[in-house]
Every structure is written in structure tokens, then in C-alpha cells.
Write a protein that binds this ligand. Structure first.
Ligand code: SAM
Length: 244
């Protein structure tokens, strides 16, 4: 059926492209892509060639109306370079406008680095907050961290290798020295998850900035934090009643 199809693609291992994703890409009349060279590689892997339209932050306003118009009669697929479109990637306005125009909008779920990182970290998963990329500048990053310091949820974010150590230090400073995990190169040959407290991890990566793609997972406030004075008073009062 004509409409907009949001298609998740691998974040490293091409084997993670789902059969349904491959089928939709094969049926598409046009694929909206971030970088046509990256998507051309994926299409080669499944043995197809398709017309591609670049759709990224710098040209989205200009090309969106044309894509919306095509959805009336054609299958338009949206992919990003890796993972799930719209997650720290372009696309939400395309979905919004496709809906407003009354077109079919379907999603083909699949790999997403944020969720994959969460599954590797060994930290609570019942509530999590995805932060995308924190601001790179020190002051803005500290402000962004202060804003979420009280949130009772596991935090998940993306970061680049060169900025990793500074980001971990800023998190330790703003949140306290919580447990965390640095996940890297998920689904690729050098996949790893390194766990420790934020300050331990900051020290480790300050020595040698890691290569590859990285997602950080940070424990919620609570368990690992030193007990507050109120908690101590309550525990003491409780102990006293049992002594008497
Ligand atoms: N839309 C994508 C998704 O669903 O995961 C995310 C796009 S965002 C622009 C790219 C960032 O995701 C990378 O800089 C890195 O922080 C993270 N990332 C992507 N692939 C990854 C992988 N294989 N392992 C760890 N992190 C990854």
C-alpha cells in the first residue's frame, strides 16, 4: 500500500536487517536516506537498487513536501544511516506531515543503539530516560545534567569517543558517582560493555579515548548512593525500638 514506511536498519551487523525491512525496501518506490552512500551499501547487501532522496537536517524543509505528495500513490521508505529513524535522527516532521495529509504511516521496528545498550548494561530497565547526545559544551552539558539529576530512572545517552571521558566526569559531578556502563560497537566485532562507577569509567577513558560508536547507561539515583541523614535517623530509631 502507498504511504510512509519507517524502516529500522542494522547498527553494525548486517544480519540484523529483518526480512520485513528487506521486503519493504525492495517494494519501495523511493527511499529517503541520510547518506546515499551508506544506504547504497545496505541495498547492495540485499541485492537491490532503488532511487534515493537525501533527507537530512539541512534539506528536510525543502524536500518534505515532495515526499509527502508522493506518499499518495507511492511507497516511500525512510531509513537513517544506522538503527531506528527518528531516534537522534531526522524524521519526526515527516511522520507528522504524512499523518496530517492522511497517508498511511507504518513502522518496521528493529535495531536501536539506545535499547541495545540498555540490554547490555545490567542496570534497571523498568524506567529509563533517553537523552540523545548531551550538549558538547561544558556549561550547557552541566546544565542539562543538573536538570535530570533528580529523575528516578536509568539514563541512556549517545556520546563520541573523544568526548567520552569529559562527559563521564561531568555526569559524576552532576549526578554523584553512580554505577554506569559504557557500551561500544554493539553488534560489531569489538562489541563491549565496560561497567563501573562514573568516576572509575572517566579515569579509564581519560587515558585512552575509545574508538567506535558509544552509548552510555547510568544507574538511577538510589541504591548505590550514600544514605541520606533522614534514612540514617529512621534506621537508628528502628534499631532503638528493637533494643528496648
Ligand atoms: N538512530 C540510531 C539508533 O537507533 O540507534 C542512532 C543515531 S545517532 C545519530 C548515532 C549514535 O548512536 C552514535 O554516535 C552512537 O553514539 C550510537 N550508536 C550507533 N550505533 C552504535 C553501536 N553499534 N554501538 C554503540 N552505540 C551506537
Amino acid at each position: 500500500l502507498p504511504g510512509l514506511y519507517i524502516v529500522a536498519t542494522p547498527i553494525g551487523n548486517l544480519g540484523d536487517l529483518s526480512p520485513r525491512a528487506a521486503a519493504v525496501l525492495s517494494a519501495a518506490d523511493v527511499i529517503a536516506v541520510e547518506d546515499s552512500r551508506v544506504t547504497a551499501g545496505l541495498l547492495r547487501h540485499i541485492g537491490i537498487k532503488k532511487p534515493m532522496t537525501p533527507y537530512h537536517d539541512h534539506n528536510a524543509e525543502g524536500v518534505r513536501p515532495g515526499l509527502i505528495a508522493r506518499m499518495a500513490t507511492q511507497i516511500v521508505a525512510l531509513v537513517s544511516d544506522a538503527g531506528t529513524p527518528l531516534i537522534s535522527d531526522p524524521g519526526y516532521k515527516l511522520v507528522r506531515d504524512a499523518r496530517a495529509a492522511g497517508h498511511l504511516v507504518a513502522t518496521i521496528p528493529g535495531p536501536c543503539a539506545a535499547v541495545a545498550a540498555l540490554t547490555l548494561a545490567g542496570l534497571p530497565t523498568d524506567r529509563f530516560l533517553f537523552l540523545g547526545f548531551l550538549p558538547p559544551k561544558e556549561k550547557a552539558r552541566a546544565d542539562a545534567i543538573a536538570e535530570i539529576a533528580g529523575v528516578r530512572a536509568t539514563l541512556v545517552m549517545y556520546e563520541s569517543g573523544p568526548r567520552l571521558a569529559a562527559c563521564l566526569s561531568a555526569l559524576a559531578e552532576g549526578l554523584g558517582d553512580r554505577d554506569a556502563a559504557v557500551t561500544r560497537e554493539i553488534s560489531k566485532r569489538f562489541e563491549e560493555a565496560v561497567t563501573g562507577t562514573l568516576s572509575m569509567l572517566a579515569a579509564r577513558y581519560a587515558e585512552s579515548p575509545p574508538k567506535g560508536e558509544i552509548a552510555i547507561v547510568v544507574a538511577p539515583p538510589g541504591a548505590a548512593e550514600p544514605a541520606s541523614a533522614d534514612d540514617a535517623d529512621a534506621a537508628l530509631a528502628d534499631a532503638m525500638t528493637r533494643l528496648t
